[in-house]
Design a protein around this ligand. Structure first.
Ligand SMILES: [Zn+2]
Length: 283
């Protein structure tokens, strides 16, 4: 599933590649439904491409119309004619033009959990407000991160994956961030002290930034590719995710399904944390 680094890579490449282009036409393939009135986009000019959490936001010169793409599990955005162009994965084809050149912008999605929506500014603001703290945001701080984690009594892994608490992390980067911080995925948020939360905030930023530098992670299913069809490289630097031995202490990595999601951790470097009796009375 694309996480923040993958969506960030796509959005920033799109900005360079399609800003200044005019949308010539929008064609949903088969009976694919675009939510909202997409006909408004025709003949508008793309002015900017940004990102809200894992949403790609394509702004146009229409003051109140924004195109938003969410990739969910298997969505892809491509600007090259993909090999599977005629395949059943292609859901929407946009034709963009600049000067005399016409390029495609393709949304493909194998499992169809992704979404293409046309919304107004008010809805965009609502979308923004749905998301919690984003570790790499310039306004994020360890204090706010600690408060966000404490807002829900759950296991830390759930808190990190809950986009309304922490935005941008998915299974891969959450697993690696918890490993670098020495926190076991099943630790209760209430058992995490400020020092540990600060460490986790730093390691979350570290893995997200590294993921962005490496242009995302492409897993063996090859599902994630950038807009040109190229794979990411963060998978060559996974810390604990999909590893067999802990890179620090060489202990065998534990793979366990925690609330339905495959989780990797080192039993030694990420010890079980028992809440102290004095701390317990404060809960
Ligand atoms: Zn270890």
């Amino acid at each position: 599933m694309p996480e923040l680094p993958e969506v960030h890579t796509i959005a920033s490449d799109l900005k360079k590649h399609i800003a200044g282009h005019t949308i010539l036409d929008v064609e949903p393939v088969g009976n694919y439904k675009i939510s909202g009135d997409y006909s408004k986009l025709i003949n508008s000019e793309i002015t900017n491409v940004t990102r809200i959490a894992k949403n790609i936001v394509i702004e146009t010169n229409l003051p109140d119309t924004v195109l938003v793409i969410h990739l969910a599990m298997t969505g892809r955005v491509l600007v090259t004619e993909p090999l599977d162009y005629s395949g059943e994965w292609v859901r929407v084809v946009f034709r963009l033009s600049k000067d005399t050149t016409v390029i495609p912008l393709i949304f493909s999605d194998m499992r169809m959990f992704g979404k293409v929506t046309v919304i107004n500014r008010e809805e965009l603001e609502k979308l923004q407000n749905k998301y919690g703290i984003e570790p790499i945001s310039p306004t994020a701080t360890a204090d706010k991160f600690f408060e966000a984690l404490k807002s829900k009594n759950t296991i830390i892994k759930n808190a990190l994956l809950d986009q309304s608490i922490v935005a941008g992390l998915g299974n891969i980067y959450a697993s690696d961030a918890m490993f670098l911080a020495g926190i076991r995925p099943e630790t209760m948020t209430k058992a995490i002290n400020y020092e540990e939360a600060s460490k986790l905030f730093e390691t979350a930023k570290q893995v997200l930034k590294e993921g962005i530098e490496k242009r995302g992670s492409t897993l063996p299913d090859k599902m994630y590719v950038d807009i040109f069809g190229n794979e990411g490289k963060y998978q060559e630097n996974f810390k604990i995710y999909m590893q067999k031995k802990c890179p620090t202490c060489k202990t065998g990595v534990v793979y366990k399904r925690i609330q339905g999601r495959g989780s990797y951790f080192c039993p030694k470097c990420q010890p079980i944390k028992i809440i102290e009796a004095s701390q317990k009375s404060l809960l």
